[in-house]
Each structure stands twice: as structure tokens, then as C-alpha cells.
Ligand binder design. Sequence first.
Ligand SMILES: NC(=O)c1ccc[n+]([C@@H]2O[C@H](COP(=O)([O-])OP(=O)(O)OC[C@H]3O[C@@H](n4cnc5c(N)ncnc54)[C@H](OP(=O)(O)O)[C@@H]3O)[C@@H](O)[C@H]2O)c1
Length: 272
Amino acid sequence: MKYERLFDGRRLPVVGLGTWTVGGGLSKDYSRDKQSIDIIKRALEIGYTHIDTAEMYGSGHTEELVGKAIAGFNRKDLFITSKVWSSNLRYKDVLRACCNSMERMKIDYMDLYLIHWPNPGIPMKDTFLALNELIEKKHAKYVGVSNFSVEQMSEAANLSTTPLVTNQVEYNVSYREPERNGVLEYCQQHNTLLTAYKPLGRGASLSNPLIIRIAERYGVTPAQVAINWLVRQPKVIAIPMSLNEKHLKDNLQAADLEISKEDLDSLDNLKE
Ligand SMILES: NC(=O)c1ccc[n+]([C@@H]2O[C@H](COP(=O)([O-])OP(=O)(O)OC[C@H]3O[C@@H](n4cnc5c(N)ncnc54)[C@H](OP(=O)(O)O)[C@@H]3O)[C@@H](O)[C@H]2O)c1
């Protein structure tokens, strides 16, 4: 597995596990609890260590399932990321939201705590007062942001007492907004990870004929080509979601594939 280093030298694998829709979308869904817990456990057994979740996912139920899945594993081996929702960005709300998320996951610290979406209606200073306190009290090891523009990242970086570890944004081979809006370049220049969400475009990237041709040439899957294209770029990590064991394995192995630079570069002209 390939790793990216955080500012303090800690290594983070370039492929982590997304959890959106596990345990529900906007509301709680209890119908697949056992399957969801089992597949997250399986993911950890086969080598995933980074789990990405959020208080908003399944209205908190996703975090409850993550908590059940990680219960038998050594906490120190795991890297748990969660996110505070954009309506909870006032000082007291952030502290309460983080506490609630930790309670749902039965953990006593968050590895990485992110602002899920910016909220122009709440001063960022207020939010970072709380995030800085979470760091100081060791409730969170690292903080970061999600869906932030370059200007918002720069404001956040100035307010944070510790370097921002990531900006989590939508990025995949057929969605290149972070290249156009400068977020990718800003991350690479400021030693900040770009965590690519929807790294498979929710499956949409996988039917592209060029991706399929490259996958066939190397005897791999289109999903693996799409993930490899992302994580071969400096400072880019990906968090694909899957409830399918074969897909989980494929996605994890995707980082180590030896696809030629020429083939990866040929994807740069892909139509979005
Ligand atoms: N910060 C934000 O605002 C934000 C927004 C969206 C998402 N996220 C995070 O990013 C994660 C990933 O994004 P996403 O879940 O929206 O989309 P995604 O990972 O691009 O796509 C997930 C879909 O791809 C399928 N899939 C996964 N691996 C596959 C493979 N190897 N071959 C074929 N199909 C495969 C999955 O189905 P199977 O289960 O059948 O494999 C699932 O339907 C989320 O789960 C969430 O943690 C963050």
C-alpha cells in the first residue's frame, strides 16, 4: 500500500473506506445493519485502516454501525474521520457534535474531524475556536475541511492552530473541478491532502470506454484504473465506498498497480 505523510510524519494509506449510505442516507435505515457491520469488519480484516464517516450519514446511524464494526479492533491501528454538519458550526454546537459522534462510535478520540460543508452564515472563527479546543483537549488528533474553496481553505488555515490535514472534495477521473478551481494545486503546495470523495463517480466513471480499454490491457478492473489515476497524484487519497468484498479488495489493491504514466496521462483528456 502506498501512503501519504501528514505534517507530523504519520502515514495515511492512500485508499480508505467511505461509508455514505451505510446505515441510511439522510435518515436512519436499520434494514441492513448486520450486513453493514460485517462488511466494515471484513474491510478492516483485509487491511483497511482509514474509515470516513459523518454525523449526517444515516442521521447518526452510520457512526453507530462503524462503532459496532470497529469494537474488536485495536483503536491505535485505526484512523477514524468524521465530520460536523454545516448547521452545527457554532462553538458549542461543534463541541457537542464531536462528543455525540464519539459516543455513537464508542471512541474517546477522533483521528480526523472535518467541517463537512462551509456555512457562510456562521463565522469560521467560531468554528475554529472549538476545533482548536478539540485538538488541545486531545479529543481530535487532526482537523480539516471538506467542500472548501481555495479562499475558504486559506481562511481556515489561518484560524487553525494545527495545519489542516485535508480538504475532502469530489474528484474523480471524470470530474475535474479541483483542477480548475485551484484546490488540487493549493493542497499540493501546502502539504494538505486532497481526499477524493465519489472517487468512482458512484460507478459512473466505470463505463467509460477508454478506462475499460486500459483496464483490459492490464487485466484489472475499471474501478482500479480510476482509483490508481487518483492516488498516483501527489497528496491525493481516495475513500471509495463498497459493500461488496471483492470490490473492497480490488479498491485496496488499486494503489499498487503499475499502470504506465502514458496510459494514466491518456485519461487527462477524458470528456466529463
Ligand atoms: N465530504 C462530502 O461531502 C462527501 C460527499 C460524498 C461522499 N463522501 C464520502 O466519500 C465516500 C465515497 O463516495 P461515494 O460513496 O459517494 O461514491 P463512490 O465511492 O464513487 O461510489 C460508490 C459506489 O461504487 C460502487 N463500487 C465501489 N467499488 C467498486 C468496484 N471496485 N467496482 C464496481 N463498483 C464499485 C459501490 O457499489 P458496491 O457496494 O456494489 O461495491 C457504490 O455503489 C462516501 O462513502 C463518503 O464517505 C463525502
